[in-house]
Write a protein that binds this ligand. Structure first.
Ligand code: CTP
Ligand code: CA
Length: 225
């Protein structure tokens, strides 16, 4: 009500959003990935754009259409996602919603692995860059507000509070994925900051995205006053 009726609250702000899974190749026809649908990340990008932000959406492979007024950059791997995020800076806001593959195969075969040619070789894995953590520690170009999501199956609040501190982000939205979340329409999260926890009710991913976008808008509104 106190906001100007003519200007959307995030006009002039640049928001970077990551969404979807990453896909890590094993050979030209096989990969390592996860069940992320991209729904929550795309909803966040859409909500931020609706509030007037210029949105760059760095997306792993998903079957979703790009929301209106959102610039989408397609990537496959975590390393590509990190590069695309860094190239998109500066940004005022970063919201990391992507389900980044924690590991990738150490060696990518340039030819298809054939069965029966040797004993079944194990796939060596190496850890991927942590994009959220890296964005939090990027120096002068660090977005003033960095937000992460966390998927936990147990001790949700304790793990999420530790995760927020370890990553160095201002806010973390923690969801309990023990009952499944991937591809579902609704989501239930705990909104965690340095000194508060809010339990948000179960709501659609779209509604959750709008609630988060409005929180982001009031963060910048308070900063400006
Ligand atoms: N994230 C990221 N880059 C990674 C891994 C995670 O940017 N390599 C981001 C996700 O987008 C999410 C947050 O970090 O916003 C938390 O992801 P999550 O998988 O819950 O945490 P991890 O740090 O990977 O820890 P773990 O999977 O072991 O619980
Ligand atoms: Ca992870």
């Amino acid at each position: 009500a106190c906001l100007s009726p003519h200007k959307k609250p995030l006009t002039g702000r640049h928001a970077l959003v990551t969404a979807g899974p990453t896909v890590e190749p094993i050979d030209p026809v096989r990969f390592l990935s996860n069940h992320s649908s991209g729904l929550q990340g795309y909803a966040v990008a859409k909500a931020l754009a609706q509030l007037g932000a210029a949105v760059t959406l760095v997306s792993g492979p998903v079957s979703l259409t790009t929301p209106e007024n959102v610039t989408r950059i397609n990537v496959q791997t975590a390393q590509q996602m990190k590069e695309a995020c860094i190239s998109a800076l500066p940004a005022d806001i970063a919201v990391c919603v992507a389900a980044v593959s924690d590991w990738r195969p150490k060696h990518v075969s340039v030819v298809k692995n054939k069965k029966g040619t040797s004993s079944l070789a194990p796939i060596d894995l190496v850890e991927n860059p942590d994009i959220l953590r890296d964005l939090c520690h990027i120096g002068a170009q660090r977005p003033s507000l960095v937000v992460g999501f966390a998927a936990e199956t147990d001790h949700v609040l304790k793990h999420a509070q530790e995760k927020r501190r370890k990553k160095g982000c201002e806010w973390l939205l923690a969801n309990d994925v023990s009952q499944g979340v991937f591809g579902q329409e609704s989501n239930r999260v705990h909104f965690i900051t340095e000194d508060t926890i809010e339990d948000w009710p179960t709501m659609s991913k779209e509604a959750l995205a709008m609630q988060l976008a409005q929180k982001i808008a009031s963060f910048f509104h308070q900063q400006d006053t």
